[in-house]
Design a protein around this ligand. Structure first.
Ligand code: ADP
Ligand code: MG
Length: 870
């Protein structure tokens, strides 16, 4: 228990997996928490301070599955292993317990095990820091993030208000930050804070810079790039945490890269949430853009394409480079088909390297490197003959980057690794016969001894006249002769034969010859195992130190994304968009890739054009519910994301002037969980658009103002539309069920009305999902109610009520103030007769009685003209 308490004190925030033979055992509160979370039995073991100690345990062999569940539930786990091996048979028993040490702290952001990781997703540890000194409101925040399963490190410094957007984009598994920096929505991903020694801000900054420099083996951090103070501090926090979680073992990390805000398409959290880019609102990955467009065949490729979609570019040159590369592949189908087949067989090099560099590598990880290098050469052999001067730059870079980069290592691995690799190094047989002479000698000795055993058994059968006598290995006794109890008497008094054990059924004997053999086999086997481990570690060190491997891994991922785009674009349903620097916007026959994929068999998705030229850059879209408005808005937003990610677009043709920020407010999900009403959420999001959108932005908004009373809502929708049209100048699609807004097209020159086509047929509505110019005439709400199965009498009653309401409405509807001016806002205009009467009054000449009469007259006049108020 003393040992347990000491280890627990090192990692008080983590559940302690305490190795006991073939189990990890948990005690006290840890046991209670784990038993509950894992739904396993809670028992007790021994006593502490007079009370039984709660205990539960999981078998070591099944530990990864249990670990995965605990991590997913938000726990951290410290793994304490036995660092001393149990005494062998015949060795002196130990005095105290075996020594143990924490070899690893498993946390959500520091996973490397395949079992615990999702293959197609990045797994990020992220740190946040303020610059040293006084903290300013909305001052800069330093962000650093590490994917230790692949070794990628990135940093960024940005104003505090941009943090939420970055966090949604990166979706980190674990966050290191002071409580006051972390946005509340991410509080549950925060790692428990470590108490550091209090030092001055300057000293802390200095230490941070040194930590980063040391981790990347450079004299000064400036060698790595132009990092801000807050980036350096955040980066150091993340590095320290990684080192601690790996018990001092630093994994191989690539040099940190700075990410600039410039160069990526702005997508705020609400936009991402409304578009289901990487993850659906239900948390799954089906029915997402990623799922609909990705044809990647490797895990690394699917991680990379996800980052392209999460952060599309605004750099026309970069976008063109990507497009040229996949178009070339698309137009070279024979190369493409072989490349896809080749990539399918490529192992996850980045993650294999990640495991090897943290000392958790297994034989299959070395095999993964060998196979990946093989594939690299095969890929070059495929691409090179097909290339010439007109081959796109990116393809040529891939070919050059993969060409013979680690041939010596490949050759070594090919010779070194055995054909059939065991799962674990301890199982032996990792290194091939013929690679190392000494190893072969030890093995021969070991195996020869086995032959001797067989010979010995034959001899004993003969000598003792016991045909069913066997030589067996026994855990405590070593090699022994085993006979049935009835035959035991024949051996009992023989020279040198010693009875070791006898039961009702069998008897076990040892002989000096057996003891000798036992030792020889054990020695040779042990020597072989030790040497094999040494050779293995040497190979691992070579692989981890090889500069080219991370780069090869990156190029493979890139190749996979390009092949994915090319495969998608084959057949012509997806086009290469023309991405330009102007503010044009044309989508010809565009589709929604996710809705299209989800349509029932037989149903056809209706493609639509979307034209927003500068002179008609605001589209007003009316139409009944279920007619396809939201789908149209989303597909337009998705087309921009795909185009600027450098990927194919689901349209016949497209031309897109680069969008700097994209705002999408479509079907805002209720945010009731956070205690805000739908309308409050809607208005907060509208406010964000009105403050941030500019002439290069694209805004797609759906049903603004639906969350409040009709007139309120209409007023807000109206004012928002005016601001978008006349002040911000953004390309806009504004979908609304307020058909009144259709009248505004007269007063707003760049506003063009469109509506969803609907046909009425034998009393039914048929939605044609087609966007046409013009305004909607009717709401069809009652029809939709009928469609949804609202009982017939209710529908009929609603129809009659609607007709009555429409009559009333037409009679009383005030004229909408289309041309509101500043003067009108200043005061209510007075009608002329009233005005004339007031002007005619001369207050100085009025007697008190005349004055009273004048008041009566004016009141009467006013009531005649305007009617009673309310
Ligand atoms: P609205 O926003 O006008 O109420 P939605 O965009 O939600 O309508 O569309 C309603 C349903 O109609 C969608 O779930 C989809 O199944 C179908 N739909 C929408 N657009 C199309 C289209 N262009 N082609 C085929 N079906 C469509
Ligand atoms: Mg809708």
């Amino acid at each position: 228990m003393a040992q347990w308490f000491a280890l627990k004190a090192q990692e008080p925030e983590a559940l302690l997996f305490f190795r006991m033979g073939d189990f990890y055992e948990l005690f006290f509160n840890d046991a209670e928490a784990a038993a509950m979370a894992l739904d396993i039995a809670l028992t007790t073991r021994g006593q502490h301070a007079g009370n039984p100690i709660p205990m539960c345990g999981v078998p070591v062999a099944a530990a990864p599955a249990y670990l995965a569940r605990l991590i997913r539930r938000g726990f951290r786990v410290a793994v304490a292993e036995q660092t001393q091996s149990a005494p062998k048979p015949g060795e002196k028993p130990l005095k105290g317990p075996l020594t143990r040490a924490i070899v690893r702290v498993v946390t959500p952001g520091t996973l490397t095990e395949d079992e615990l990781l999702e293959a197609g997703r990045q797994n990020l540890l992220l740190a946040l820091a303020h610059p040293p000194g006084r903290v300013k409101r909305n001052g800069p925040v330093g962000v650093a993030w590490i994917d230790i399963s692949t070794g990628a490190v990135e940093t960024q410094s940005l104003p505090a208000e941009g943090l939420a957007e970055l966090l949604v984009q990166l979706d980190p598994a674990e966050i290191l930050a002071a409580e006051e920096i972390i946005p509340p929505a991410y509080a549950d991903r925060r790692a428990p804070p470590v108490d550091g020694a209090k030092t001055s801000a300057a000293a802390a900054l200095d230490a941070a810079r040194r930590t980063v420099a040391r981790a990347f083996d450079v004299a000064q951090i400036s060698v790595l790039g132009d990092f801000t103070d807050e980036e350096a501090i955040a980066c150091a926090m993340a590095l320290d945490y990684v080192r601690r979680s790996q018990a001092g073992n630093m994994p191989r990390l690539s040099r940190p890269m700075r990410r600039g805000e410039a160069g990526t398409l702005g997508l705020d959290p609400a936009t991402r949430a409304s578009l289901d880019l990487l993850q659906g609102r239900d948390g799954t990955t089906t029915h997402t853009l990623l799922d609909a467009v990705s044809r990647t065949v490797t895990a690394a490729g699917s991680r990379l394409i996800a980052t392209w979609i999460a952060a599309p570019s605004t750099d026309a040159a970069l976008i063109a480079r990507r497009q040229e590369a996949w178009c070339w592949l698309r137009d070279t189908p024979s190369v493409l088909a072989s490349l896809t087949a080749l990539l399918r067989r490529t192992p996850d090099l980045a993650r294999a390297l990640g495991r090897l560099s943290t000392g958790r590598g297994q034989p299959r990880d070395l095999a993964a490197i060998r196979d990946a290098l093989h594939t690299a050469n095969a890929a070059v052999a495929l691409l090179q003959p097909a290339s010439d001067a007109r081959t796109p730059a990116l393809i040529r870079e891939i070919t050059a980057g993969l060409y013979g980069r680690a041939d010596t290592l490949l050759e070594t691995l090919e010779r070194a690794l055995a054909e059939d690799l065991p799962l674990k190094l301890e199982d032996g047989g990792v290194i091939a016969q013929g690679f190392d002479e000494t190893l072969d000698r030890h093995r021969a000795l070991r195996d020869d001894s086995r032959k001797h055993l067989a010979a010995l058994q034959l001899r004993y059968v003969d000598e003792f006249g016991v045909p069913n006598l066997k030589i067996r290995h026994h855990a405590q006794l070593g090699y022994i002769i085993e006979t049935s109890a009835s035959a035991a008497a024949r051996l009992r008094d023989r020279e040198g034969v010693m009875l070791r054990q006898g039961t009702a059924n069998l008897a076990r004997f040892s002989t000096p010859a057996l003891a000798d053999l036992d030792r020889a086999i054990l020695d040779a086997g042990e020597r072989a195992a030790v040497l094999e481990r040494q050779i293995f570690n040497g190979l691992v060190a070579q692989a981890v130190a090889h500069d080219a491997l991370p780069e090869v891994a990156t190029l493979f991922a890139l190749t996979d994304v390009l092949q994915s785009a090319a495969v998608l674009a084959q057949g012509g349903a997806w086009c290469r968009p023309d991405v330009t620097e102007d503010q044009q916007f044309e989508l010809h026959a565009c589709r929604h890739p996710v809705v299209e994929a989800a349509l029932e068999r037989g149903a056809r998705f209706v493609p639509n054009n979307c034209m927003l030229p500068p002179a008609e850059r605001v589209m007003l879209l009316t139409g009944p519910n279920m007619a396809g408005k939201s789908t149209f808005l989303r597909q337009t937003a998705l087309a921009v994301i795909l185009a600027q990610a450098g990927l194919p677009v689901p349209a016949r043709a497209a031309r897109i002037g680069i969008v700097d920020r994209l705002f999408s407010r479509v079907g805002a999900a209720d945010d009731l969980a956070r205690g805000r009403s739908t309308f409050m959420v809607e208005m907060t999001e509208t406010a964000a658009i009105l403050r941030q959108a500019g002439p290069r932005s694209l805004v797609v908004v759906d049903e603004i103002g639906r969350g409040t009373a009709t007139l309120d809502g209409l007023a807000i929708a109206w004012a928002t539309l005016e601001a978008l049209h006349s002040q911000l100048g953004a390309r806009t699609i504004f979908a609304t069920h307020f058909h009144e807004l259709g009248m505004l097209t007269d007063s707003m020159p760049r506003l063009t009305p469109y509506t969803m086509a609907v046909r009425e047929w034998q009393g039914d509505v048929i939605f044609q999902h087609e966007v046409r110019s013009g305004a909607a005439r009717k709401s069809w709400g009652v029809h939709v109610a009928q469609l949804a199965g609202v009982p017939e009498p209710v529908v009929r009653r609603a129809s009659r009520l609607l007709a009555a309401l429409e009559r009333d409405h037409a009679r009383t509807r005030p004229a909408l103030p289309l041309f509101e001016t500043e003067a009108e806002q200043a005061g209510t205009q007075m009608p002329d007769r009233l005005r004339a009467a007031i002007e005619a009054l001369d207050p100085d000449s009025l007697s008190p009685k005349e004055a009273l009469q004048a008041i009566y007259d004016l009141r009467k006049l006013m009531l005649e003209q305007n009617g009673p108020l309310a």
